[in-house]
Design a protein around this ligand. Structure first.
Ligand SMILES: [Zn+2]
Length: 652
């Protein structure tokens, strides 16, 4: 079976042995590459084999990581925990390797390179420089210390947030306050109560439970309590993240200085599509001003409609939900009946075929779980990728949805191609039949957009595939794909009532589409405020005390907030303190700016217009990371990005 690596035998001893053997081979091959005589320092004799030798190790480890994410067990977790540090060590050695850095510079300056090879070397050099390979030994060891400390802090930040969130819960012994809450959320709350040996219902700060309270709990006092708790997670003495935030900002600034940058934002922007931090700050500030104007109108509408003398942050979701139902007659249950899973997948593949002329065929290959399906993807009868779908929720699966290229595309030394293996993972409830909510359909399209980016990119070198594009560019194909879930022409292809077989009625399509910009002012104002806080944190001089830190937050609130209430939300801002989004929270907006422009082209020419689709395919999807994102976008649009399509989309 060609894809048997997807299903590794999970055994602590043999699995670790297998991985360690691969690492050992990779290490030896790397060592012998370093010994190559200078006269053979060429792309083909150094960089091609470099990727080739790492390929099997990476693919095998990726398959183990996949199993740990979707079929997690104590053993799978242990395998990762034991092996990952060894792998990180090896990568660290490579990233500080002065000789390999010199070799890459030599190749860039002396070898005759194709444009893709040149880009590949440039990307390698960027990584080298950003890790500090060119610095003196003393500075290098300082950097290592800082990186280690930052890793520790980020783990502590994450644990504090989780632990503090867990402390709070709210018990309802009767249903007076929660009678409007949807049945699925009540079932979860009942289960939560049972686990605590309580009758009735228990609500917590975990997102589905918290959102159920904000959207559907009629008791304002309870909503307020939840809002305040949620926004002040990890600010209490027992689990406070305040000092961790302070130390993080200081260390990030120190690292940036050692690497020759003024601040952390400047440092990370060396590998972004956006030109400079100030360009981002300017664009997002404009957006903040416009969205606040719309948000004020939205607040007024809510106040007038529900005759409220004053409106608070904990009232918004609740009243918006009611108004949305009244205005658009959206009946979630009715909509859902039109999205049986099989029909949605069939429609999704049809859309991909209409746009990019690819054919996706089911295989009967078996893998680690009977619910997992493997497809072959063909372009003009040539196999270009394997696509794996693992979308049902299981107790041993991590929450959320994601896309991963378990095996990257590889040109073997004999010239043969190994096609990529891409997986989409989801957590949809399984039913008989499985009916998806419109939001779940959107998630499926989003993740499939990522998969397309990898499957369609015609890279021949590992580090120029779709997933290697800049952080603020990589969400373009996924967010763009979401657009096809709102248009009647495409809804007709994947919506089909599970009994009557009718597509979604036209008036429902119309109303569904209208909900897209409903209350968008409030959402965008809030998100732009957070984005600007991230930018302020990482462009201003690092604070020396908690007081100075909190002054930055107060300033930000005053300049960009809609409400004056501030509880210390930064203490649980995990995206930037425990995730990869520092000075990068803006990338959500950035990808939306980009995709709004791309999709505007489709809207003008027809959402299935083959010329537009081909232009998008030729200039963006098939290119992977063969050119910088900025240039790819320019090739498609014939100009630089602007935000007008985004503003139009959300009626700002
Ligand atoms: Zn995504």
């Amino acid at each position: 079976m060609p894809l048997s690596f997807l299903n590794p035998v999970i055994n602590e001893e043999t699995s670790i042995q297998e991985l360690e053997n691969l690492l050992d081979t990779a290490r030896k091959n790397y060592e012998s590459l370093r010994k190559t005589e200078k006269e053979f320092w060429t792309f083909e004799s150094i960089i091609t084999p470099l990727f080739y030798h790492l390929h099997e190790l990476q693919t095998t480890f990726s398959a183990y990581q996949n199993i740990d994410g979707v079929m997690s067990s104590d053993t799978s977790r242990k395998i990762i925990q034991i092996f990952q540090p060894q792998l990180v060590d090896f990568y660290n050695i490579m990233s500080f390797d002065t000789l390999m850095y010199e070799i890459c510079i030599f190749i860039k300056d002396n070898d005759t390179l194709s444009s893709e090879q040149r880009r590949s070397v440039e990307l390698l050099l960027e990584d080298f420089i950003n890790s500090g390979v060119h610095l003196a030994e003393e500075e290098k060891s300082e950097l290592k210390k800082i990186n280690l400390q930052l890793n520790k802090i980020s783990e502590k930040f994450s644990n504090n947030t989780l632990d503090d969130k867990k402390i709070f819960f709210h018990h309802c012994s009767d249903n007076t306050d929660i009678s409007e809450i949807a049945k699925t959320d009540l079932d979860t709350a009942k289960q939560e109560a049972k686990e605590r040996n309580l009758d009735g219902w228990v609500f917590t700060l975990s997102p589905p439970s918290y959102l159920a309270i904000q959207k559907e709990c009629k008791n304002q006092g309870i909503r307020k309590l939840f809002y305040e708790k949620y926004h002040s997670v990890a600010t209490s003495d027992t689990h406070s993240n305040k000092h961790l935030v302070l130390e993080t900002l200081q260390l990030r600034e120190q690292r940036a200085h050692i690497l020759g940058h003024n601040n952390h934002a400047e440092y990370v922007f060396t590998q972004r599509m956006a030109n400079t931090p100030s360009e981002v700050i300017t664009k997002i500030t404009e957006l903040n001003i416009l969205s606040k104007q719309k948000a004020k109108k939205e607040l007024k509408e809510l106040k007038n409609h529900f005759q409220l003398s004053e409106i608070f942050p904990w009232d918004i979701s609740y009243y918006s939900e009611i108004l949305k139902k009244e205005k658009f007659h959206i009946n979630a249950k009715q909509i859902r009946q039109h999205f049986p899973l099989e029909q949605v997948i069939h429609g999704l593949f049809t859309i991909a075929n209409k746009l990019y002329d690819i054919t996706i065929e089911a295989t009967d290959e078996k893998t680690y779980h009977p619910d997992v399906h493997i497809y072959k993807v063909f372009q003009e009868e040539e196999l270009i990728a394997y696509y794996v779908m693992d979308i049902f929720s299981r107790s041993e699966k991590q929450s959320g949805a994601w896309c991963n290229d378990i095996r990257k595309r590889l040109k073997k030394e004999n010239g043969e191609q190994e096609v990529p293996v891409v997986i989409n993972v989801g957590n949809f409830g399984k039913g008989d039949p499985t009916l998806l909510t419109h939001y779940e359909v959107l998630v499926l399209f989003h993740e499939f957009g990522h998969a397309l980016h990898v499957m369609l990119s015609q890279n021949t070198i590992e580090n120029t595939s779709g997933f290697s594009t800049e952080w603020d560019f990589v969400e373009l194909p996924s967010q763009c794909m979401e657009n096809w879930v709102w248009e009647k022409e495409s809804l007709d292809l994947f919506s089909q009532h599970y009994e009557t077989k009718d597509p979604l009625p036209p008036e429902l399509c119309e109303n569904l589409k209208k909900t897209k910009s409903f209350m968008s002012g409030l959402r965008i104002a809030r998100q732009s405020e957070m984005t600007l806080l991230d930018m302020m944190f990482h462009t201003r001089p690092a604070p020396h005390s908690i007081e100075e830190l909190e002054n930055i937050i107060k300033d930000n609130k005053k300049n960009f907030g809609i409400f004056s209430q501030e509880y210390g939300m930064y203490c649980s801002f995990s995206h930037i303190f425990a995730g990869g989004y520092s000075a990068g929270y803006y990338s959500y907006f950035w990808a939306e700016f980009l995709e709004a422009e791309v999709f505007e082209e489709f809207l003008q020419n027809g959402i299935f217009n083959t010329e537009t689709a081909d232009k998008y395919y030729q200039n963006i999807l098939s290119q992977g990371a063969k050119k910088p994102g900025k240039q790819l976008f320019h090739d498609f649009m014939g100009r630089e990005m602007n935000v007008s399509a985004f503003l139009k989309k959300y009626e700002l």
